[in-house]
Write a protein that binds this ligand. Structure first.
Ligand SMILES: [Zn+2]
Ligand SMILES: [Zn+2]
Length: 392
Protein backbone atom coordinates (compact mmCIF):
# COMPACT_ATOMS: atom_id res chain seq x y z
CA UNK A 1 0.00 0.00 0.00
CA UNK A 2 2.96 2.30 0.56
CA UNK A 3 3.43 2.60 -3.18
CA UNK A 4 -0.23 3.47 -3.77
CA UNK A 5 -0.19 6.07 -1.01
CA UNK A 6 3.02 7.63 -2.35
CA UNK A 7 1.58 7.81 -5.87
CA UNK A 8 -1.59 9.46 -4.53
CA UNK A 9 0.39 11.92 -2.41
CA UNK A 10 2.37 12.87 -5.52
CA UNK A 11 -0.84 13.24 -7.51
CA UNK A 12 -2.68 15.33 -4.93
CA UNK A 13 -1.90 18.69 -6.54
CA UNK A 14 -3.27 17.47 -9.85
CA UNK A 15 -6.37 16.16 -8.06
CA UNK A 16 -6.96 19.63 -6.61
CA UNK A 17 -6.43 21.22 -10.03
CA UNK A 18 -8.97 18.84 -11.59
CA UNK A 19 -11.49 19.55 -8.85
CA UNK A 20 -11.10 23.30 -9.24
CA UNK A 21 -11.42 23.09 -13.01
CA UNK A 22 -14.63 21.08 -12.74
CA UNK A 23 -15.87 23.45 -10.03
CA UNK A 24 -15.52 26.39 -12.40
CA UNK A 25 -17.49 24.67 -15.15
CA UNK A 26 -20.42 22.93 -13.48
CA UNK A 27 -23.04 21.12 -15.55
CA UNK A 28 -26.40 20.14 -14.06
CA UNK A 29 -28.05 16.72 -14.17
CA UNK A 30 -28.91 15.38 -17.63
CA UNK A 31 -27.16 18.35 -19.27
CA UNK A 32 -23.57 17.17 -18.83
CA UNK A 33 -21.48 17.46 -22.00
CA UNK A 34 -18.02 18.89 -21.26
CA UNK A 35 -17.60 17.01 -17.99
CA UNK A 36 -17.98 13.48 -19.42
CA UNK A 37 -15.78 14.48 -22.40
CA UNK A 38 -13.09 15.67 -19.97
CA UNK A 39 -13.31 12.44 -17.97
CA UNK A 40 -13.17 10.24 -21.09
CA UNK A 41 -10.12 12.11 -22.42
CA UNK A 42 -8.33 11.69 -19.07
CA UNK A 43 -8.85 7.91 -19.09
CA UNK A 44 -7.96 7.61 -22.78
CA UNK A 45 -4.66 9.35 -22.11
CA UNK A 46 -3.95 6.66 -19.52
CA UNK A 47 -4.69 3.94 -22.09
CA UNK A 48 -7.87 2.69 -20.40
CA UNK A 49 -10.75 1.17 -22.34
CA UNK A 50 -13.39 3.89 -22.40
CA UNK A 51 -17.13 3.78 -23.13
CA UNK A 52 -18.99 7.07 -23.41
CA UNK A 53 -22.71 7.87 -23.31
CA UNK A 54 -23.31 4.87 -21.12
CA UNK A 55 -26.96 4.97 -20.08
CA UNK A 56 -27.16 8.51 -21.38
CA UNK A 57 -24.19 10.63 -20.33
CA UNK A 58 -22.12 8.27 -18.19
CA UNK A 59 -18.51 7.26 -18.79
CA UNK A 60 -17.11 3.83 -17.93
CA UNK A 61 -13.36 3.21 -18.06
CA UNK A 62 -11.66 -0.11 -17.46
CA UNK A 63 -8.12 -0.73 -16.27
CA UNK A 64 -6.97 -4.31 -16.85
CA UNK A 65 -4.24 -5.60 -14.57
CA UNK A 66 -1.30 -7.64 -15.80
CA UNK A 67 -2.75 -10.78 -14.19
CA UNK A 68 -6.34 -11.98 -14.40
CA UNK A 69 -8.50 -11.82 -11.32
CA UNK A 70 -11.70 -10.28 -10.02
CA UNK A 71 -13.18 -6.95 -11.04
CA UNK A 72 -13.72 -4.05 -8.64
CA UNK A 73 -15.97 -1.13 -9.61
CA UNK A 74 -15.53 2.36 -8.15
CA UNK A 75 -18.17 5.00 -8.72
CA UNK A 76 -18.09 8.80 -8.74
CA UNK A 77 -20.97 11.06 -9.78
CA UNK A 78 -20.24 14.28 -11.70
CA UNK A 79 -23.39 16.44 -11.89
CA UNK A 80 -23.83 19.90 -10.37
CA UNK A 81 -26.87 21.85 -9.12
CA UNK A 82 -28.91 24.85 -10.30
CA UNK A 83 -27.57 27.13 -7.56
CA UNK A 84 -25.84 30.51 -7.86
CA UNK A 85 -22.51 30.19 -6.04
CA UNK A 86 -21.94 32.76 -3.28
CA UNK A 87 -18.42 31.71 -2.31
CA UNK A 88 -15.63 34.14 -2.96
CA UNK A 89 -12.90 31.67 -3.94
CA UNK A 90 -10.42 31.67 -6.84
CA UNK A 91 -12.13 28.59 -8.29
CA UNK A 92 -15.67 30.02 -8.05
CA UNK A 93 -18.19 28.76 -10.62
CA UNK A 94 -17.95 30.64 -13.93
CA UNK A 95 -21.39 29.48 -15.02
CA UNK A 96 -24.31 31.65 -13.88
CA UNK A 97 -26.88 29.83 -11.79
CA UNK A 98 -24.93 26.57 -11.65
CA UNK A 99 -22.66 25.23 -8.95
CA UNK A 100 -20.98 22.09 -7.71
CA UNK A 101 -22.70 22.42 -4.34
CA UNK A 102 -22.66 18.75 -3.38
CA UNK A 103 -18.98 17.91 -3.92
CA UNK A 104 -19.38 15.78 -7.03
CA UNK A 105 -16.48 17.74 -8.54
CA UNK A 106 -14.42 16.31 -5.69
CA UNK A 107 -15.72 12.79 -6.28
CA UNK A 108 -14.65 12.97 -9.91
CA UNK A 109 -11.21 14.40 -9.11
CA UNK A 110 -10.73 11.70 -6.47
CA UNK A 111 -11.56 8.92 -8.91
CA UNK A 112 -9.40 10.35 -11.71
CA UNK A 113 -6.46 10.78 -9.35
CA UNK A 114 -6.92 7.23 -8.13
CA UNK A 115 -7.23 5.92 -11.70
CA UNK A 116 -3.85 7.45 -12.53
CA UNK A 117 -2.21 5.94 -9.44
CA UNK A 118 -3.67 2.46 -10.05
CA UNK A 119 -2.64 2.69 -13.69
CA UNK A 120 0.96 3.22 -12.58
CA UNK A 121 0.65 -0.04 -10.63
CA UNK A 122 -1.00 -2.10 -13.35
CA UNK A 123 1.93 -4.51 -13.68
CA UNK A 124 1.24 -5.66 -10.10
CA UNK A 125 -2.53 -5.63 -10.46
CA UNK A 126 -4.31 -8.98 -10.16
CA UNK A 127 -7.66 -8.29 -11.83
CA UNK A 128 -9.49 -5.27 -13.20
CA UNK A 129 -10.81 -1.94 -12.02
CA UNK A 130 -13.92 -0.40 -13.57
CA UNK A 131 -14.28 3.35 -13.05
CA UNK A 132 -17.97 4.28 -13.18
CA UNK A 133 -18.37 8.03 -13.77
CA UNK A 134 -22.07 8.65 -13.31
CA UNK A 135 -24.13 11.54 -14.60
CA UNK A 136 -27.31 12.87 -12.97
CA UNK A 137 -27.24 11.70 -9.37
CA UNK A 138 -29.15 14.71 -8.10
CA UNK A 139 -32.37 14.32 -10.08
CA UNK A 140 -34.51 11.16 -10.17
CA UNK A 141 -34.71 8.88 -12.13
CA UNK A 142 -30.92 9.44 -11.98
CA UNK A 143 -28.02 8.10 -13.98
CA UNK A 144 -27.23 4.88 -12.09
CA UNK A 145 -30.21 2.85 -13.30
CA UNK A 146 -29.75 3.50 -17.03
CA UNK A 147 -25.98 2.97 -16.70
CA UNK A 148 -26.59 -0.44 -15.12
CA UNK A 149 -29.09 -1.28 -17.86
CA UNK A 150 -26.38 -0.29 -20.34
CA UNK A 151 -23.98 -2.80 -18.81
CA UNK A 152 -21.72 -0.77 -16.49
CA UNK A 153 -21.76 -3.59 -13.91
CA UNK A 154 -21.15 -6.44 -16.37
CA UNK A 155 -18.41 -8.66 -14.96
CA UNK A 156 -18.15 -6.59 -11.76
CA UNK A 157 -17.69 -8.57 -8.53
CA UNK A 158 -17.88 -5.77 -5.97
CA UNK A 159 -18.49 -2.00 -5.87
CA UNK A 160 -17.28 0.75 -3.57
CA UNK A 161 -18.29 4.39 -3.42
CA UNK A 162 -18.05 7.37 -1.11
CA UNK A 163 -19.54 10.82 -0.61
CA UNK A 164 -17.33 13.63 0.64
CA UNK A 165 -19.26 14.95 3.62
CA UNK A 166 -18.75 18.55 4.71
CA UNK A 167 -20.73 18.44 7.99
CA UNK A 168 -18.33 15.73 9.30
CA UNK A 169 -14.76 16.59 10.39
CA UNK A 170 -11.82 15.78 8.12
CA UNK A 171 -10.33 12.49 9.32
CA UNK A 172 -13.66 10.82 10.10
CA UNK A 173 -15.02 7.99 7.96
CA UNK A 174 -18.69 7.11 8.44
CA UNK A 175 -19.77 3.56 7.72
CA UNK A 176 -22.92 1.56 8.32
CA UNK A 177 -24.09 -1.97 7.56
CA UNK A 178 -27.59 -2.22 6.11
CA UNK A 179 -29.59 0.89 5.27
CA UNK A 180 -27.37 4.00 5.32
CA UNK A 181 -29.65 6.20 3.20
CA UNK A 182 -33.38 6.33 2.67
CA UNK A 183 -35.79 5.72 -0.15
CA UNK A 184 -36.87 9.14 -1.43
CA UNK A 185 -40.36 9.25 -2.97
CA UNK A 186 -42.66 11.99 -4.17
CA UNK A 187 -46.40 12.38 -3.55
CA UNK A 188 -48.43 14.75 -5.74
CA UNK A 189 -51.96 15.53 -4.65
CA UNK A 190 -54.79 17.64 -5.99
CA UNK A 191 -57.84 18.29 -3.82
CA UNK A 192 -60.85 19.35 -5.86
CA UNK A 193 -63.55 21.16 -3.91
CA UNK A 194 -66.12 23.72 -5.06
CA UNK A 195 -65.24 27.37 -5.18
CA UNK A 196 -67.55 30.11 -4.01
CA UNK A 197 -68.07 33.37 -2.18
CA UNK A 198 -65.96 33.71 0.93
CA UNK A 199 -69.08 34.58 2.89
CA UNK A 200 -71.06 31.51 1.81
CA UNK A 201 -69.19 28.37 2.87
CA UNK A 202 -72.39 26.33 2.90
CA UNK A 203 -72.65 26.67 -0.89
CA UNK A 204 -69.02 25.59 -1.41
CA UNK A 205 -66.51 22.86 -0.61
CA UNK A 206 -63.45 24.60 0.76
CA UNK A 207 -60.36 22.91 -0.66
CA UNK A 208 -58.05 24.90 1.64
CA UNK A 209 -59.74 23.62 4.79
CA UNK A 210 -59.70 20.05 3.46
CA UNK A 211 -56.08 20.27 2.37
CA UNK A 212 -55.14 21.63 5.80
CA UNK A 213 -56.93 18.72 7.48
CA UNK A 214 -55.21 16.31 5.13
CA UNK A 215 -51.74 17.65 5.98
CA UNK A 216 -52.41 17.30 9.71
CA UNK A 217 -54.11 13.91 9.37
CA UNK A 218 -51.30 12.56 7.22
CA UNK A 219 -48.77 13.31 9.96
CA UNK A 220 -50.66 10.80 12.12
CA UNK A 221 -49.40 8.10 9.75
CA UNK A 222 -45.88 8.61 11.02
CA UNK A 223 -46.99 9.16 14.61
CA UNK A 224 -49.65 6.45 14.94
CA UNK A 225 -49.54 4.01 12.03
CA UNK A 226 -45.85 3.25 11.44
CA UNK A 227 -44.14 0.89 13.89
CA UNK A 228 -42.34 3.25 16.31
CA UNK A 229 -39.17 1.19 15.95
CA UNK A 230 -39.15 1.86 12.21
CA UNK A 231 -38.66 5.19 10.47
CA UNK A 232 -40.57 7.38 8.08
CA UNK A 233 -40.69 11.07 7.22
CA UNK A 234 -43.53 12.84 5.45
CA UNK A 235 -42.94 16.44 4.46
CA UNK A 236 -45.46 18.41 2.45
CA UNK A 237 -43.26 21.13 1.03
CA UNK A 238 -45.65 22.58 -1.51
CA UNK A 239 -49.20 23.80 -0.71
CA UNK A 240 -50.78 25.95 -3.38
CA UNK A 241 -54.16 27.66 -3.64
CA UNK A 242 -53.98 30.78 -5.72
CA UNK A 243 -57.08 32.77 -4.85
CA UNK A 244 -58.25 36.22 -3.86
CA UNK A 245 -58.59 36.54 -0.08
CA UNK A 246 -62.38 36.51 -0.09
CA UNK A 247 -62.94 33.49 -2.33
CA UNK A 248 -63.33 29.89 -1.22
CA UNK A 249 -60.71 27.78 -2.98
CA UNK A 250 -61.88 25.40 -5.64
CA UNK A 251 -58.71 23.35 -5.59
CA UNK A 252 -55.40 22.96 -3.78
CA UNK A 253 -52.25 21.32 -5.11
CA UNK A 254 -49.92 19.64 -2.63
CA UNK A 255 -46.54 18.01 -3.17
CA UNK A 256 -44.52 16.18 -0.58
CA UNK A 257 -41.66 13.79 -0.04
CA UNK A 258 -41.76 10.46 1.78
CA UNK A 259 -38.56 8.95 3.16
CA UNK A 260 -38.33 5.38 4.45
CA UNK A 261 -35.77 2.61 4.92
CA UNK A 262 -37.84 -0.55 4.45
CA UNK A 263 -40.02 -1.81 1.64
CA UNK A 264 -42.91 -2.66 3.95
CA UNK A 265 -42.93 0.83 5.50
CA UNK A 266 -42.60 2.40 2.06
CA UNK A 267 -45.63 0.52 0.72
CA UNK A 268 -47.61 1.30 3.87
CA UNK A 269 -46.91 5.02 3.50
CA UNK A 270 -47.83 4.95 -0.19
CA UNK A 271 -51.16 3.21 0.45
CA UNK A 272 -52.23 4.87 3.69
CA UNK A 273 -51.43 8.36 2.47
CA UNK A 274 -54.08 7.82 -0.17
CA UNK A 275 -56.46 6.33 2.39
CA UNK A 276 -56.20 9.48 4.55
CA UNK A 277 -56.68 11.66 1.48
CA UNK A 278 -59.71 9.68 0.36
CA UNK A 279 -61.34 9.74 3.79
CA UNK A 280 -60.73 13.46 4.28
CA UNK A 281 -62.24 14.31 0.89
CA UNK A 282 -65.13 11.87 1.22
CA UNK A 283 -66.33 13.43 4.47
CA UNK A 284 -67.01 16.76 2.72
CA UNK A 285 -67.84 15.70 -0.82
CA UNK A 286 -64.57 16.70 -2.43
CA UNK A 287 -62.63 14.63 -4.95
CA UNK A 288 -58.90 14.16 -5.39
CA UNK A 289 -56.06 13.09 -7.62
CA UNK A 290 -53.12 11.18 -6.17
CA UNK A 291 -49.82 10.32 -7.77
CA UNK A 292 -47.06 8.59 -5.84
CA UNK A 293 -43.72 8.34 -7.61
CA UNK A 294 -41.03 6.06 -6.24
CA UNK A 295 -37.60 7.68 -6.33
CA UNK A 296 -34.33 6.02 -5.40
CA UNK A 297 -34.58 2.91 -3.22
CA UNK A 298 -32.76 2.86 0.15
CA UNK A 299 -28.97 2.50 -0.02
CA UNK A 300 -28.42 -0.89 1.58
CA UNK A 301 -24.80 -1.68 2.45
CA UNK A 302 -23.69 -5.31 2.41
CA UNK A 303 -22.28 -6.58 5.72
CA UNK A 304 -18.99 -8.19 4.63
CA UNK A 305 -17.92 -5.34 2.35
CA UNK A 306 -18.83 -2.75 4.99
CA UNK A 307 -16.76 -4.49 7.67
CA UNK A 308 -13.94 -4.84 5.14
CA UNK A 309 -13.88 -1.08 4.44
CA UNK A 310 -14.34 -0.16 8.11
CA UNK A 311 -11.28 -2.21 9.06
CA UNK A 312 -8.97 -0.99 6.33
CA UNK A 313 -10.08 2.65 6.64
CA UNK A 314 -8.75 2.74 10.18
CA UNK A 315 -5.21 2.29 8.80
CA UNK A 316 -5.38 5.03 6.17
CA UNK A 317 -3.03 7.96 6.82
CA UNK A 318 -5.17 10.93 7.84
CA UNK A 319 -8.07 8.85 9.14
CA UNK A 320 -8.61 9.44 12.84
CA UNK A 321 -11.99 7.87 13.47
CA UNK A 322 -14.05 5.22 11.73
CA UNK A 323 -17.55 5.76 13.03
CA UNK A 324 -20.71 3.70 12.63
CA UNK A 325 -23.18 6.42 11.74
CA UNK A 326 -26.94 6.49 12.07
CA UNK A 327 -28.77 6.26 8.74
CA UNK A 328 -29.36 9.45 6.77
CA UNK A 329 -32.80 10.39 5.46
CA UNK A 330 -31.30 11.68 2.21
CA UNK A 331 -31.44 9.61 -0.99
CA UNK A 332 -28.68 8.38 -3.35
CA UNK A 333 -28.95 6.31 -6.49
CA UNK A 334 -25.89 4.31 -5.48
CA UNK A 335 -28.71 2.14 -4.11
CA UNK A 336 -29.22 0.60 -7.55
CA UNK A 337 -25.64 -0.70 -7.80
CA UNK A 338 -25.97 -2.37 -4.41
CA UNK A 339 -29.14 -4.13 -5.57
CA UNK A 340 -27.02 -5.83 -8.26
CA UNK A 341 -23.61 -6.53 -6.70
CA UNK A 342 -22.17 -6.60 -3.18
CA UNK A 343 -20.46 -3.49 -1.95
CA UNK A 344 -20.63 -0.54 0.38
CA UNK A 345 -21.04 3.23 0.35
CA UNK A 346 -19.41 5.36 3.03
CA UNK A 347 -18.98 9.03 3.90
CA UNK A 348 -15.60 10.75 3.99
CA UNK A 349 -15.48 13.65 6.46
CA UNK A 350 -14.57 16.89 4.68
CA UNK A 351 -15.10 19.72 7.17
CA UNK A 352 -12.13 22.01 7.59
CA UNK A 353 -10.81 21.99 11.18
CA UNK A 354 -11.01 25.80 11.33
CA UNK A 355 -14.70 25.87 10.43
CA UNK A 356 -17.10 26.06 13.36
CA UNK A 357 -19.85 24.67 11.17
CA UNK A 358 -19.84 23.90 7.48
CA UNK A 359 -22.44 25.17 5.09
CA UNK A 360 -24.61 22.20 4.25
CA UNK A 361 -24.58 20.37 0.94
CA UNK A 362 -26.77 22.13 -1.68
CA UNK A 363 -26.07 25.54 -0.07
CA UNK A 364 -24.83 28.47 -2.19
CA UNK A 365 -21.79 28.71 0.12
CA UNK A 366 -21.01 25.01 0.29
CA UNK A 367 -17.36 24.01 0.14
CA UNK A 368 -15.22 21.19 1.52
CA UNK A 369 -11.68 20.50 2.68
CA UNK A 370 -9.91 19.24 -0.43
CA UNK A 371 -7.62 17.01 1.64
CA UNK A 372 -10.65 14.75 2.06
CA UNK A 373 -10.18 13.76 -1.58
CA UNK A 374 -6.80 12.26 -0.72
CA UNK A 375 -8.28 10.31 2.19
CA UNK A 376 -11.14 9.10 -0.03
CA UNK A 377 -8.74 8.06 -2.81
CA UNK A 378 -6.51 6.17 -0.37
CA UNK A 379 -9.48 4.40 1.19
CA UNK A 380 -11.02 3.42 -2.15
CA UNK A 381 -7.60 2.50 -3.54
CA UNK A 382 -6.67 0.35 -0.59
CA UNK A 383 -10.08 -1.36 -0.72
CA UNK A 384 -9.49 -2.13 -4.40
CA UNK A 385 -5.99 -3.55 -4.05
CA UNK A 386 -6.72 -5.49 -0.88
CA UNK A 387 -9.92 -6.94 -2.35
CA UNK A 388 -8.13 -8.09 -5.50
CA UNK A 389 -5.28 -9.61 -3.46
CA UNK A 390 -7.60 -11.44 -1.06
CA UNK A 391 -9.74 -12.80 -3.87
CA UNK A 392 -6.95 -13.82 -6.24
ZN1 LIG B 1 -26.53 16.38 -3.59
ZN1 LIG C 1 -24.16 14.41 -3.61
Amino acid sequence: MEKLFALLDDGYEEMVAIRRHLHQYPEISFEEVETPAYIAAFHRALGHEVREQVGGRGVVATLRGAKTGQTVALRADFDALAIQEENDVPYKSLIDGKMHACGHDGHTATLLGLAKALNAMKDDLVGNVVFIHQHAEEVAPGGAKPMIEDGCLDGVDVIFGTHLWAPTPLGDILVREGAIMAAADKAEILIQGKGGHGAEPHHSIDAVVLASQFVINAQQLVARRIDPLKSAVLTIGHFEAINPFNVIAERVALTGTVRTFEEQVRTQMEQELEAVLKATCLAFGASYEYRYTRGYPPVYNHANETQFVAQLAAEIPGVENVITCPPFMIGEDFAYYLEQVPGTFFFTGAKKPEWQTAYPHHHARFDFDERAMLIAAKTLGKATLQYLQENE
